[in-house]
Design a protein around this ligand. Structure first.
Ligand SMILES: [Zn+2]
Length: 129
């Protein structure tokens, strides 16, 4: 099946779900954060596209705010020492990172595709697909 040339799906519908930014059907990742070489549904070349560490600052802000907030709340609500809030906040921060990092990276890759912005400053998506 040939996908349409003009993307009709939003970055939230595709990238945030880990799907190909063009067809919204093929998988974006071959493993946890490794972007696949080519979409297995529409054949979009994804080998040149990678959001790199672009998603990390967003995740640091979200997970850090959540972790510190939970830690402070636990410390003052239950009048504990310093270690208890850390023991409560660390799994929450880890869960947020593992849940949001691939989704945010996929969102950035989909936004690169929709805005025709490649890592190299050129539209690498149109190079051979
Ligand atoms: Zn595709």
């Amino acid at each position: 099946m040939k996908a349409p040339e003009t993307p009709t799906l939003s970055a939230w519908e595709t990238g945030f779900r880990g799907l190909c930014p063009r067809c919204g059907t093929g998988k974006l990742y071959r493993s946890f954060l490794k972007v696949t070489e080519r979409c297995d549904h529409c054949g979009l070349d994804l080998s040149q596209e990678d959001a790199g560490d672009g998603a990390v600052p967003f995740i640091i802000l979200i997970a850090g705010t959540l972790g510190v907030g939970i830690g402070i709340w636990v410390m003052f609500a239950f009048e504990t020492g310093v270690m208890t809030p850390m023991l409560v906040a660390c799994p929450v921060v880890a869960a947020v990172v593992f849940l949001l990092l691939p989704r945010t990276k996929g969102l950035l890759i989909a936004l690169q595709y929709l805005n025709k912005a490649g890592d190299t400053g050129v539209n690498t998506f149109d190079a051979d697909s």
